[in-house]
Design a protein. Structure first.
Lengths: 80, 427
């Protein structure tokens, strides 16, 4: 799925412990324009709940949240 | 400022100002002893971070609207309107404060600047100037609480992965990370990260504890944000869970503010008695070691080990000795930082400041006293039971090339336990 979507900002969040991956996505969302997409890769499983919860509560959209080769890959679209 | 907003802001002050806070408004002698106690003022030399100055901004509004002298002769009594300039300075001085309360310890009148700044945060939130990042993180936690079923599968999947690791470390194929266990004695409310769950699970399993893991995390950004209602809702998630499961005790993880929130603030926010015993994980671990429920070996941890008191656990939580006793149980080579316990320097990473990028320069400059302490100790290993402190000290460690290994206390304990997984890792 990630191959089909243009990624505007890559975030390497590997090694960061939760809730830092969510914090980093939140800090960086304003660095992309509305409609643009952040691709974030984390290794802490807690991010699988944290980042979607943050996106829902802030009105942004998680296009993808999946485990790939032991890493957690997120595509987050800035909606507002 | 529009009269409606002014009414709102002064209304916030009126509502918050109890007898003790009014006394703080009157009693400051401007002796400035607090300037030498504040890591942020010492580290930056910036006037806005001087504790008495932080409080003075609230005092100026208070004088203008709640004292006759300030109302009629504002220039003489340094009384001010909460105008844009004041609110901007208030934002900087308030959200940068880590709430360590070292200034209160040294203040001859014990003025609690952090408490005064809780009023400041309420004013800022009412003015639409609450810190956006902290607000977002608080809202995300509340969303998780309101939509727990949405995250249940992913949470349980994560716990199962950790359970496999626990089985490898303990060599016990039956070891568990129990989820939703009715009748458990202990509900362990971890942080969101696996690092907070794995070592605790190893210790609980080895101690034979009847425990279960919470579906929620103990971190509370509503507390840092300064919104008591958000903070209450975040805490209420695991209080309700504990009631549902019928546990006897809530155990919070290696996190400074999580302990303080559960033990000291929830009752005031919810206006109901805390129905459970609240313990910090290190109180449990200390008890397990002293009662022989777990065994640790002093020969495993190499190098001189020191300990940093997180402000919310130590000075503000009163837990000084149990963590030290644990560290001393795993090493004969312990050295304390100077000063320590209630006089311990704040590392500069508390109060949610590590999540607020705008304060990074201030945060790192404010760590200089901690750097000096760590260098003077000669330690090569630091045990530190707070996530925010570790994040800050890890950055200081890199910048100042301190060469420290920085550990959670429970990780040190697990490393010192005679477990098959540890032996395998050492081979």
């Amino acid at each position: 799925m990630s191959d089909e979507i243009k990624v505007d900002l890559e975030l390497d969040l590997k090694g960061l412990l939760c809730p830092l991956p969510m914090v980093k996505v939140s800090q960086n969302i304003s660095k992309v324009e509305v409609g643009e997409v952040i691709r974030a890769v984390a290794t802490d499983p807690g991010a699988m709940a944290d980042i979607p919860a943050w996106a829902k509560s802030t009105g942004n959209e998680v296009l993808q949240a999946e485990k790939v080769d032991g890493e957690f890959v997120f595509l987050v679209k800035r909606v507002k | 400022m529009e009269s409606q907003q002014l009414t709102t802001l002064t209304g916030v002050i009126d509502k918050k100002m109890n007898r003790q806070l009014k006394q703080y408004m009157d009693i400051c002698a401007r002796c400035a002893i607090c300037k030498d106690a504040c890591h942020q003022y010492v580290g930056t030399g910036d006037f806005k971070y001087l504790p008495a100055r932080r409080a003075e901004l609230i005092r100026q509004i208070y004088k203008k609207y709640f004292t006759k002298a300030g109302e009629f002769v504002p220039a003489l009594y340094e009384a001010r309107d909460p105008d844009e300039n004041l609110l901007e300075e208030l934002y900087e001085s308030t959200y940068a404060c880590t709430g360590c309360r070292r200034c209160m310890y040294y203040c001859p009148f014990s003025i609690d600047t952090a408490w005064i700044l809780s009023v400041a945060k309420s004013i800022l939130i009412a003015a639409g100037m609450g810190n956006e990042m902290l607000g977002q993180l608080a809202d995300a936690a509340i969303f998780k609480g309101d939509n727990a079923e949405m995250f249940e599968d992913v949470m349980i999947s994560g716990f199962k992965e950790i359970e496999e690791e626990v089985r490898q470390i303990t060599g016990n194929p039956e070891a568990q990370v129990p989820v939703g266990k009715q009748g458990a004695d202990v509900l362990y409310v971890a942080l969101a990260g696996a690092h907070s769950i794995r070592p605790a699970a190893v210790i609980f399993e080895e101690a034979g504890e009847n425990w279960t893991i919470s579906m929620f995390e103990a971190a509370n950004y509503g507390f840092f944000y300064g919104d008591a209602e958000k903070a209450r809702l975040i805490t209420k998630r695991y209080i309700d869970e504990a009631k549902r499961l019928g546990v006897k005790e809530i155990v919070v993880p290696e996190c400074g503010h999580a302990y303080r929130v559960a033990e000291f603030f929830y009752e005031a926010w919810s206006k109901e008695p805390m129905p459970f015993k609240v313990s910090h994980i290190l109180e449990k671990v200390d008890d397990y070691i002293k009662s022989g429920r777990i065994t640790v070996d002093k020969g495993i941890i190499q190098g001189k080990v020191t300990y940093h008191d997180p402000c919310q656990l130590g000075r503000n939580g009163g837990k000084f000795e149990q963590p030290r006793d644990i560290v001393k149980a795993v090493t004969d080579n312990f050295v304390d930082l100077t000063p320590n316990r209630e006089k311990q320097w704040c590392c500069g990473g508390g109060g949610g400041i590590v999540a607020m990028e705008e304060f990074t320069k201030t945060r790192l400059a404010s760590g200089i006293k901690k750097v000096e302490q760590l260098k003077a100790s000669g330690a090569s290993v630091l045990a530190c039971p707070c996530e925010n402190c570790r994040l800050q000290i890890e950055e200081l460690n890199d910048i100042h090339e301190l060469g420290l290994e920085i550990w959670q206390v429970i990780d040190l304990v697990v490393a010192a336990m005679p477990l098959p997984g540890n032996k395998k890792a050492a081979e």
